[in-house]
Each structure stands twice: as structure tokens, then as C-alpha cells.
Write a protein that binds this ligand. Structure first.
Ligand SMILES: Cc1ncc(COP(=O)(O)O)c(C=O)c1O
Length: 419
């Protein structure tokens, strides 16, 4: 369905051409279908000149904002002279990026070696392959219900509530019901009783993102980790979305006090250059033989360079410390909005990722649209609601106090038109 908005001649024409030439399945539904012609800092500009404060970071990718001068300069420097593709070649930049990622995970004794991929779901698939190869006599894959690990292959098999893969078993993930630790532990024990010594891996997300921002109590992941240790089961942490500062720590495993066997990084790890990296136990990653996880684009020099350039910016600008401060400003702003608008049922989140649980889908869609056209030439950019009615708020970690205030002020005015 082609969307058109009043007074947007250029954007409307481009939306029509997009529909003509690009399959719509490539996009996820969003009520604005924003047409972006420029991005800088924490802002996007539409083809018709509207300036939007970005509350999405793309899709939690542009953690350092857009067109970051230091990042772009370093990326170009690191890439200088290197081939675009280095298939089956050894490059210093891949060694350097891997070394730095491992170093950045000091505190997790299992962070020893990397395995590269070109998208989050492929990284997840490779992490799962590693665990399955390590224990070829085991076939059961345990996942936490309601997670999202990607749309392809094994990543899709362990996403959601049900799986077409007969080897997948789900256990519950806390969603505010108040169940005690023993409730979840009992579910794990039941799986072990059903298939003793057959569990090859346990995969979970730090928090349920796509399901609508559900953030578990700290003991939950510790309990999962403890159970994995007791049963010799590799514990896989999907940080495709959470890595690089989103939860207020560089990594979410730090926020939750665990040391996963394999951590899968994606999205913000390379600030927009397609990359995903599994970081974890050398014996697990080494269980895959030559070629078993190779493909055309994994670990291309530009991806490795982008990881190094991102780490440079994080270190030089102390991005995580800034994100923690920004999280306080944003939380305060979102709480104020909740007080003003009864249709915001709950604000859930941690660090700089929040979900605004709206009364219903129609209201949530209307809020996305009204935010977009908050002022004649300004607005706030959201993606379409998650799980039907949850608006995700995940601005770049570098957002300033003025930008938070400006966005909240625009939303206060714009959402008073929803009702
Ligand atoms: C937690 C999590 N895991 C995995 C993925 C899949 O990543 P990709 O879309 O890069 O395949 C996503 C994407 O949204 C995600 O949020």
C-alpha cells in the first residue's frame, strides 16, 4: 500500500517509485513511510525538508548518530588500500577488530575468539552451529519464548512462541507476571527430564525487544547461566540489539552479571556497515571445520574497519557514560508524557531502549504519525509499533539534553491531537 502525506510532493513521488521498483516485503510496516534524504547527528531530513529527531537509531544501529565525522574519517583511514572483499585472505584489520572485541569483553572469561557474519540472524545461526557441532550427540535447542533472533534459518526456528523445528523447546521469559525463579527453573528441569544429556544449547535475549520491551529481573539470566553450567550446556546471549551501550553498559551481559559462552553482536557493532560477530569460547567456535561457517561477505575489510572505528569513538567520547546520563533525561521525559496521556499504559525499559505500551494499535499508529508531523517542518521519528501497540524509543546514544527536551516537547503537543 502506497502511503501519501499532505504537502509532501517529493516524498510522495519517491514512495510511488519505491513501490514500483522494490518489493514491499523488504520493509516492515511503518505508518509514516518516511523518505530520508539526509542524516546528521541525531536527526533525519525528509525529501521535503522536514527535520526529525530520530527515536530509532535506524533500528538500533546508529548508536553514535549519523555522519559522525570522527567515525567516517577513521573508517576511511582503516580501509585505505584494502580490497573490498578479502575472501579466504588474512587481513590485519580483521585480526585487529577481533582482538579489540575480545579485549572489550574483559570480564567475560569465555570471550576468546570471533566468528564473523554479515547480519544478526547469520551470526545467531553460526553461534548455534558452533554449539551443535561441539555436541554432535545432542540435538535439543532451548530458547526463551517471545524472543526475536532473526528471520532466517535456525535464528527463525528459535524466535517467537512456537517452532516448526521439532528440536526446539521454549521456556518462559519474565513479562511482569511476578513468577518466582523456581517457576522458570522447573521448566528447564522438565526439558532435561524429557531429554537427558540431549540439550545442545540455550539461547536467550537480554530483554525481549521485538515483543515489546520486556526487561527481566537480574536473577533471571543468572539462573539460566547457572543451569547451563550445571548441565554443560553452552549459554548463547543474543546481543545483536543490545550490544555497544544500549542497556547502559558496553554489553548487556555486564548489565545482567553473566558470562555467556557465546555472545552475538550485530546492529550497532559497526555503526551501519553490515556486520555481526560471535565472540566466545575458542573450543565452541573451533568445533566448526574449515568452510563450515564461511560465506561471501562475512568479515569484509569495511565491516572490520567499521567495528574498529566504532570502538575508537566509544573510547574517545565515552559514549556509554553519556548514554547513562541521557537515559535519565529521557526516562524523565517519557514519564511526564505518561502522566499527560492516559493512553500510555506503561513505560518499560533500561539504558536507552524503552517501550511505550499504548492503549491499542490505532492509538499507537496515530501517535507515530502525529509525532512525525508534530510541527510544520519538524517532528520525531518512530518505527511502526512493536507487538501491535508498543512504540520503541531508542535514540542514538549520543543524543543531547536539548534534543531530548525538544523531542518530548514536540510529543506533548503532537499527542494531544490523538484521542
Ligand atoms: C535481538 C535480535 N537478534 C537478531 C536480530 C536479527 O538481526 P538481522 O536483522 O541483522 O538479521 C535482531 C534484529 O532485529 C534482533 O533484534
Amino acid at each position: 500500500m502506497t502511503i501519501s502525506h499532505d504537502n509532501e510532493p517529493k516524498s510522495n513521488a519517491l514512495r510511488l517509485l519505491m513501490d514500483q521498483y522494490v518489493g514491499h516485503a523488504q520493509s516492515t510496516w511503518t505508518p509514516t513511510q518516511v523518505v530520508v534524504s539526509r542524516a546528521k547527528g541525531r536527526c533525519l531530513w525528509t525529501a521535503d525538508g522536514r527535520r526529525l529527531i530520530d527515536f530509532t537509531s535506524g533500528v538500533l544501529v546508529s548508536n553514535i548518530g549519523y555522519a559522525h565525522r570522527g567515525f567516517e574519517r577513521r573508517l576511511a583511514d582503516y580501509c585505505k588500500g584494502l580490497p573490498r572483499n578479502a575472501y579466504n585472505m588474512v587481513t590485519e584489520i580483521q585480526i585487529e577488530a577481533s582482538r579489540r572485541l575480545v579485549k572489550s569483553m574483559r570480564g567475560n572469561a569465555h570471550a576468546q575468539r570471533t566468528l564473523w557474519a554479515a547480519s544478526g540472524s547469520e551470526g545467531i545461526q553460526k553461534a548455534m552451529w558452533a554449539a551443535l557441532h561441539h555436541h554432535p550427540e545432542r540435538h535439543i535447542m532451548v530458547a526463551t519464548r517471545g524472543g526475536f533472533h532473526g528471520k532466517k534459518g535456525l535464528a527463525a526456528d528459535v524466535s517467537g512462541e512456537r517452532s516448526a523445528n521439532p528440536n526446539v523447546r521454549f521456556i518462559s521469559f519474565p513479562m511482569g507476571g511476578g513468577e518466582p525463579e523456581s517457576f522458570y527453573r522447573a521448566e528447564l528441569d522438565a526439558i532435561w527430564r524429557e531429554a537427558p544429556d540431549k540439550v545442545a544449547l540455550l539461547i536467550t535475549e537480554p530483554y525481549l525487544g521485538a515483543k515489546g520491551s520486556f526487561h527481566p529481573p537480574k536473577w533471571y539470566h543468572r539462573m539460566l547461566e547457572q543451569w547451563c553450567r550445571e548441565h554443560g550446556v553452552p549459554f548463547i546471549f543474543d546481543e545483536v540489539q543490545a550490544c555497544f551501550g544500549r542497556t547502559g553498559s558496553m554489553y548487556a551481559w555486564q548489565s545482567y552479571g553473566v558470562q555467556p559462552d557465546l555472545v552475538v553482536l550485530g546492529k550497532g557493532v559497526a555503526s551501519g556497515v553490515p556486520a555481526s560477530v560471535v565472540v566466545g569460547r575458542a573450543d565452541l567456535i573451533g568445533a566448526l571445520g574449515y568452510g563450515e561457517a564461511s560465506d561471501t561477505f562475512s568479515g569484509v575489510p569495511e565491516a572490520c574497519a567499521a567495528v574498529c572505528a566504532t570502538l575508537d569513538v566509544f573510547e574517545e567520547e565515552k559514549v556509554v557514560a553519556h548514554a547513562r546520563r541521557a537515559a535519565k533525561w529521557l526516562r524523565r521525559g517519557l514519564d511526564t508524557l505518561q502522566k499527560q496521556f492516559p493512553f500510555i499504559l506503561e513505560v518499560r525499559g533500561e539504558g536507552l531502549v524503552f517501550g511505550l505500551d499504548m492503549a491499542d494499535t490505532v492509538t499507537a499508529d496515530a501517535c507515530v504519525l502525529e509525532a512525525y508531523r508534530a510541527r510544520p517542518k519538524r517532528g520525531v521519528h518512530f518505527l511502526g509499533p512493536l507487538a501491535g501497540k508498543v512504540l520503541r524509543v531508542s535514540p542514538p546514544l549520543t543524543i543531547t539534553r536539548d534534543e531530548v527536551d525538544e523531542a518530548v516537547e514536540m510529543l506533548a503537543a503532537a499527542w494531544s491531537r490523538v484521542g
